[in-house]
Write a protein that binds this ligand. Structure first.
Ligand SMILES: [Fe+2]
Ligand SMILES: [Fe+2]
Length: 214
């Protein structure tokens, strides 16, 4: 009983630590270089810079959510066969997080002021998905990633043509989110019911609108 309590507290502390690191610090990624590093900065008009910053802020907030979802799921799901692969995906999300943050700084902007809120909400959703069982939990990851791919396609259309740096980051993310979806499906993820998928789209729409400005 005592050992169980300790391990629950340990897990809580580890999760708190991860959350604080994601929202306020530098979480551990894979160490890959930022795909925008090899590209040179182009002159953007003020309006273009604002659009790019808004979109990259949304993407950064999305990556905060991705971290929280993975952490929440890890807390409640066993995922024995795929733990390693999901951990790899989670580290890649941390690369995305760092790349978006760097780009926001270069654009003279800031990350979403609501990141702590996004984290807490997504953590709870992830934990609930984990409780529903591995099949649904993995299905949830796959559906999330599919929606993110659609969303990033939209961003590639809206980002200023000249903002090659932001575009390189988003293109690389898009590629990898698609791979994360495949990994989750191959690991046994089930297709989610339509109403849940629609609810997820609606939730991300609200989040996107808020994070673009705040
Ligand atoms: Fe990502
Ligand atoms: Fe992903």
């Amino acid at each position: 009983m005592r050992a169980r309590n300790l391990s629950a507290i340990d897990r809580l502390i580890i999760n708190l630590d991860q959350g604080v690191r994601t929202v306020f610090g530098r979480p551990r990624g894979t160490g890959r270089p930022n795909p925008a590093d090899s590209l040179s900065e182009t002159d953007l008009e003020e309006r273009q810079r604002r659009v790019a910053a808004g979109l990259m802020r949304v993407n950064h907030a999305g990556e905060v959510c991705a971290q929280a979802l993975y952490q929440g799921q890890a807390l409640t799901a066993r995922l024995p066969r795929v733990r390693e692969k999901m951990e790899q995906a989670s580290r890649e999300e941390n690369d995305h997080l760092a790349w978006c943050e760097q780009r926001l700084t270069e654009l003279g902007s800031h990350t979403s002021r609501l990141n702590a809120l996004w984290y807490v909400g997504s953590f709870a959703v992830g934990a609930a998905a984990g409780l529903a069982g591995d099949k649904w939990s993995l299905g949830f990851v796959a559906e999330t990633e599919h929606q993110v791919v659609d969303h990033l396609d939209g961003h590639l259309q809206r980002l200023p043509e000249r903002d090659e740096k932001s575009r390189a980051i988003v293109a690389q993310m898009r590629e990898e989110e698609g791979q994360h979806a495949t990994v989750a499906l191959e690991a046994g993820g089930a297709e989610l019911p339509g109403p849940i998928r629609r609810l997820m789209r609606l939730t991300s729409k609200v989040m996107t609108l808020a994070a673009y400005r705040l």
